[in-house]
Design a protein around this ligand. Structure first.
Ligand SMILES: Cc1cc2nc3c(=O)[nH]c(=O)nc-3n(C[C@H](O)[C@H](O)[C@H](O)COP(=O)(O)OP(=O)(O)OC[C@H]3O[C@@H](n4cnc5c(N)ncnc54)[C@H](O)[C@@H]3O)c2cc1C
Length: 449
């Protein structure tokens, strides 16, 4: 039976923690118990177990994007490495690439150390090129990989190994793990609490100021205030237009028999995507379902981080059609779950870690669709900055003041509508005709890819 519900929470007991009970204080208060808030809290206590760390969450730990994503723990960055190099220099771009890869391995290390069962498997990613323009983009991506090589680069995959109709080229990169997002969030919250972090849930921050967080359950005084609210940040006073909340939709199938997985050439749990502009992201789960997301983005006028059911319905149908197109052998596998979530995008499409020593205000986010691994790097970096611990991560190019805000409406709304319509047009035309369009390059330029 198909459910409009999130697969990741169907087999997880949500641990409910009590809300804040009146005014309190802490050394560091963190708003938001997604990966960013939880990693920050975890590493703060690891670096300095004497600090009193309090996490305040409006729902429950993992309620946001962290419990809804596609489960790719990938070293990919939302901005192309060439763009980073032209902005910050080659060595900074390479350092960021290295740090992304280390974040994937660090998550693997912590989940083993903390005994977090989250279906982790690091089999890498396979990039597919399903028509000529996609092949050209894949070749350009591989050329860029070689230009900014730090070892362990991608290797070619024989298209004949995969039962994907019309597959022209494919490549494998080892720097990605597949995981169960909600189990990671729940496990991480548990680990943070074991290390002495306090988490209060069902407690909404109404205002974030230097030295103080006002919530609907009381006021918290703290020297350092970390905002880890990503796509939801714009709802807080003074934060308007800092982050654009974009909706991404995901569907999951019923478990697929092993023989079928072998038949389609997908024996391990490497994640997959193609090179279309609005690319689909696929993972084989630890219980053998196919999870597929992407192919569209949603945006509500006024940067409201909420989804629109009618748009979701259309997007889910697109994803459902994608499965038999990509893998005809899976045409009869029923869909079991459909859900959506909201991710955060900065004006320059670059994620950022900020810490102002003078005010004690800190934040991290804007990871677009790459926050599973990057939030770990952000959390480690924030913990190091706040505790005054020297670390190479503190000097990465994404550490700095907040970037420029998005323009007032209707500009973001119109821009997102236009980009969505044009990318869909390009993707459809490329898949139907196999011909390229100059528009594709321009659209990728907008996203800094
Ligand atoms: C559908 C989807 C698929 C994705 N797929 C992938 C993927 O496969 N790989 C990948 O790397 N990334 C993916 N992402 C992105 C990734 O999930 C996010 O970048 C990451 O989870 C962000 O973590 P976060 O902790 O910063 O934000 P969130 O997980 O969104 O956490 C923010 C938390 O803050 C809380 N909050 C907000 N406002 C307040 C307030 N005022 N008071 C108290 N609490 C508040 C929210 O309830 C929420 O729990 C995807 C995102 C979505 C939506």
């Amino acid at each position: 039976m198909m459910l409009n519900a999130n697969l990741w929470w169907h087999d997880v007991d949500v641990v409910r923690r009590p809300p804040l009970e009146g005014d309190t204080d802490a050394d560091i208060v963190i708003v938001g118990a997604g990966y960013t808030g939880l990693w920050t809290a975890y590493y703060l206590r690891k670096l300095d177990p004497t600090r009193n760390v309090l996490v305040v969450e409006a729902g429950h730990a993992g309620w946001g994007a962290s419990g809804r994503n596609g489960g790719w723990c990938s070293a990919e960055l939302p901005v192309g490495i060439g763009t980073l190099a032209s902005k910050y220099g080659r060595s900074q771009a390479l350092a960021m690439r290295q740090a992304g890869r280390e974040a994937v391995n660090e998550i693997g290390r912590v989940i083993a150390e903390e005994d977090i069962e989250c279906g982790w498997r690091k089999d890498g990613t396979i990039w597919l090129a399903r028509n000529e323009p996609q092949r050209a983009r894949l070749m350009a991506k591989l050329a860029e990989e070689r230009e900014y090589d730090i070892g362990e680069g991608p290797t070619p995959v024989d298209p004949a190994d995969l039962a994907v109709p019309g597959l022209l080229a494919a490549a494998h990169t080892p720097h990605c793990a597949a995981l169960h997002p909600a189990k990671l969030a729940v496990g991480l919250a548990g680990a943070a609490v074991r290390h002495g972090v306090r988490i209060v849930e069902e407690t909404r921050a109404l205002e974030v100021r230097p030295g103080m967080v006002l919530t609907d359950r009381g006021q918290i005084t703290a020297r350092v205030v970390v905002q880890a609210t990503e796509a939801y940040s714009g709802l807080l006073p003074g934060q308007i237009r800092r982050v654009l909340p974009l909706t991404s939709r995901v569907i999951a199938t019923e478990p697929i028999p092993d023989a079928l997985w072998r038949h389609i050439g997908w024996p391990g749990r490497a994640t997959m995507s193609d090179q279309s502009l609005m690319f689909p992201y696929l993972q084989r789960t630890s219980d053998n379902r196919l999870v597929i997301g992407g192919r569209s983005i949603g945006y509500r006028y006024g940067a409201v981080p909420r989804t629109n059911h009618r748009d979701d319905e259309r997007a889910w149908e697109v994803l459902e059609r994608e499965i038999p197109t990509m893998f005809p052998a899976l045409a009869d596998i029923p869909i079991s779950h459909r859900w959506s979530g909201v991710l955060g995008v900065h004006r320059d499409w670059q994620p950022r870690v900020t810490y102002d020593l003078a005010t004690g205000l800190a934040s991290a986010g804007g990871y677009v669709g790459d926050g599973v691994a990057l939030s770990n790097l952000a959390g480690r970096t924030l913990a190091a900055l706040i505790t005054g611990t020297d670390s190479p991560a503190n000097r990465l190019c994404w550490v700095g003041p907040p970037g420029r805000r998005w323009e007032p409406e209707p500009l973001p709304y119109l821009a997102i509508q236009a980009i969505t319509a044009l990318t869909a047009l390009v993707d459809t035309r490329e898949s139907r005709t196999g011909g390229s369009t100059g528009l594709a390059a321009r659209l990728m330029g907008i996203a800094g890819k």
